[in-house]
Design a protein around this ligand. Structure first.
Ligand SMILES: Cc1cc2nc3c(=O)[nH]c(=O)nc-3n(C[C@H](O)[C@H](O)[C@H](O)COP(=O)(O)OP(=O)(O)OC[C@H]3O[C@@H](n4cnc5c(N)ncnc54)[C@H](O)[C@@H]3O)c2cc1C
Ligand SMILES: *[C@@H]1O[C@H](CO)[C@@H](O)[C@H](O)[C@H]1NC(C)=O
Ligand SMILES: *[C@@H]1O[C@H](CO)[C@@H](O)[C@H](O)[C@H]1NC(C)=O
Length: 617
């Protein structure tokens, strides 16, 4: 296998390397960031014959079992090899921030303190928001859950821009294009079998054993959500990626799909990029690892008309970004170098880094740029605004004995949801998941039982990613402003969801695994009622967590001042520059953004190639 992976630092495996990137080398396309947005796009452009440079700040951990074996996802998200720590806020209220039970502090002696009672002199960092700087991006440390957005989450782009290629119907074809389904017999029209992205599901056969306490929970969930309790063994195998009419109104158990293969190996853009580099067809893809892109450069002659992106400026070396726990703040940064693109620059740094990079390049709200002395290339006030995320919370209870079973996945609608669509994605099992902090998750013992919830249609997208300085090594200031708009409604939906899940878990109370002691949201003996609504609301308001940030460079209408991109991912007001990653979604795409982002990556490749060939798109 021949590798053309370029890296500024030596690889451990000598086979993988290494002509240095010549200064000012010129490629057709430069793609910045190799996650679900950028990785597949770079591979597709190269496979179409365009010379493409994929620049990634991290290294390649594709063969490292922490990343390759999907069961290790929690270790992966904690691993310093790839971890970028963003210390975020959930609100503008400092008192509320200090109520978050896993708020994190720097003790000054090289350790973190996580909790509400920090030692004297500790410095408040905030809420840890892990990201992976590595070939494959966050798809290398995520739980690989693969789900589709609600149809309206696609259709809203048609409504805003008039571009019908974004219709939910049409978008499905990108799933079938990229998918290599490993869980259903070939020929199922809802799926693809020849793509690069392996999908699989877990073994749900445990649900056939009606003497298991977990099946009592399943049956109760069924009766609470209008499903047939006698049919749970079949229902838990429902295909979560199925294409049925009014799918968003369907309340059902499903078998959770993941972007991994049936042998338990993670599958991500890392696989596709590496397969493209190694292909005997010698596609013109160059991968430059351990390189931090610091700004987009423009053709000076175009600045007074329509500024044209012609390349990027980079710093070569590992751990140059301050979010990297291995960053050495005493080391002087290397001298910047420039790399040119003949056709386009495509930014795919993710929902935090793409807006930061645009701002560093002079594209963003002019007051913010001017404040930091950054020359304004294009005033685009929407860059870094509209930050959205799913609200997540969980019901955690301790039983008397381990609850033996696989995962139960259920999509349902709380009675107080504002429309007919299901609003909650939940999965229950003998695990704990309470959000993110250094060293997460807490192992509460073998009798732990959790129903984790993802709220699918958060109504507030009032978060922001703002510069702290003009230094590209600095981490931006990130505030999600959870529940800022219609927060009471979303909190009430979470409370109702939690109540339903509590009733279901209580159904196993009189078996050998019960009674249960609830840890949260209502500490004490787990009963059907729990605690007062106001207590539960306050719990979710202060303890909700998230890890699916999106929408900070949103696609929007021509007359929308806050639109950053047009429907073809083009940055408005400039030429030769696009953003293709989770920041492009105008609204949070369903419960899990990873597969949707890989789908828009495939769409962007198609759009860009059609444009390069002079077809109207
Ligand atoms: C712990 C965790 C678990 C998750 N679990 C799931 C899940 O189960 N299912 C799901 O659907 N989603 C999950 N997600 C979210 C999902 O992984 C992300 O939404 C998705 O990866 C976003 O893709 P992206 O391409 O927008 O950005 P990213 O995946 O963040 O990729 C961006 C890449 O760009 C690189 N980069 C950034 N800036 C620069 C720069 N200036 N120069 C060079 N390179 C740069 C980064 O190193 C990174 O590799 C999870 C996220 C986390 C953090
Ligand atoms: C069903 O579950 C019970 C209780 O755990 C167990 O004793 C029994 O062996 C299981 N039956 C099958 C067929 O797996
Ligand atoms: C554009 O002009 C600036 C300021 O004169 C200069 O520093 C920069 O190198 C020029 N950029 C290019 C790509 O020519």
């Amino acid at each position: 296998m021949r590798y053309r992976l370029l890296s500024a630092i030596a690889f451990s495996a000598a086979t993988k390397l290494a002509e240095a990137a010549p200064a000012a080398a010129s490629y057709d396309y430069i793609v910045v960031g190799s996650g679900p947005g950028g990785g597949p796009l770079a591979a597709d452009l190269a496979r179409a014959g365009y010379s493409t440079l994929l620049i990634e700040a991290g290294g390649d951990e594709g063969d490292n079992p922490t990343y390759a074996d999907i069961g290790n996802f929690n270790e992966a998200a904690n691993d310093e090899t790839t971890r970028w720590d963003f210390w975020v806020k959930h609100s503008d209220d400092p008192a509320r921030e200090l109520k978050f039970e896993h708020t994190t502090w720097d003790t000054g002696d090289g350790t973190f303190y996580v909790g509400l009672d920090p030692p004297e002199g500790a410095k408040h960092l905030g809420i840890q928001y892990p990201r992976a700087a590595v070939l494959g991006g966050c798809a290398m440390h995520n739980a690989a859950v693969c789900a589709l957005p609600a149809e309206d989450d696609w259709n809203i782009i048609v409504k805003k821009t008039g571009d019908t290629s974004w219709s939910a119907d049409n978008m499905r074809k990108y799933l079938t294009k990229i998918e290599r389904n490993e869980y259903l017999p070939a020929g199922n029209p809802d799926h693809g079998y020849d793509g690069w992205l392996a999908t699989t599901v877990g073994d749900a056969s445990w649900a056939k054993n009606s003497s298991l306490p977990a099946v009592k929970i399943l049956q109760k969930l069924a009766s609470l959500t209008g499903q047939d309790p006698s049919n749970v063994a079949q229902l838990v195998n429902t295909d979560i990626l199925e294409n049925v009419a009014n799918v968003d109104e369907k309340v059902s158990f499903y078998n959770m799909a993941t972007h991994s293969d049936s042998k338990g190996k993670r599958n991500s853009p890392n696989n596709y990029v590496r397969a493209t580099v190694a292909d005997p067809a010698k596609y013109p893809l160059t991968v430059q690892l351990h390189t931090l892109v610091t700004k987009v450069i423009f053709d000076n002659a175009t600045l007074s008309t329509k500024p044209r992106a012609i390349g990027v400026e980079v710093l070569e070396g590992a751990s140059l970004y301050k979010a990297d726990p291995k960053h050495d703040s005493s080391a002087a940064p290397p001298a910047p170098t420039q790399i040119l693109a003949k056709r386009e620059v495509i930014i795919s740094g993710g929902a935090f880094n793409s807006p930061q990079l645009l701002k560093l390049s002079g594209i963003g709200p002019k007051d913010e740029l001017t404040k930091f002395g950054i020359p304004v290339v294009k005033h685009l006030p929407g860059v870094g605004e509209n930050l959205g995320d799913n609200y997540e919370g969980s019901l955690l209870a301790m039983g008397e004995a381990p609850v033996e079973a696989g995962l139960t996945t259920l999509l349902f609608r709380t009675p107080n949801a504002p429309d007919k669509r299901r609003n909650i994605y939940t999965w229950c099992g003998a695990f704990s998941f309470e959000g993110f902090w250094p060293g997460f998750p807490t192992y509460h013992g073998p009798t732990q039982y959790t129903c984790a919830m993802v709220h699918m249609q958060p109504k507030s997208q009032a978060g922001t990613v703002k510069l702290r300085s003009a230094n590209p090594q600095d981490v931006p200031d990130i505030n999600f402003r959870f529940f800022e708009k219609n927060g009471d409604q979303d909190l009430s939906e979470l409370v109702e969801a939690g109540k339903l899940l509590r009733k279901a878990v209580a159904a196993a109370s009189d078996t050998f695994v019960g009674p249960f002691e609830e840890k949260h949201p209502c500490p004490g003996k787990l009963g059907e009622e729990g605690c007062a609504d106001a207590v539960q609301k306050e719990y979710y308001k202060t303890q909700a967590y998230s890890h699916h940030a999106t929408s900070t460079c949103a696609i929007g209408a021509d007359d929308d001042e806050l639109a950053v991109l047009d429907s073809k991912f083009r940055v408005r007001g400039v030429a030769g520059l696009r953003v293709v990653d989770a920041s492009a979604f105008p609204v949070v795409p369903g419960a899990f953004p990873s597969c949707p982002t890989m789908m828009i990556s495939a769409k962007a490749a198609e759009d860009i190639i059609a444009e390069a060939k002079g077809k109207s798109i």
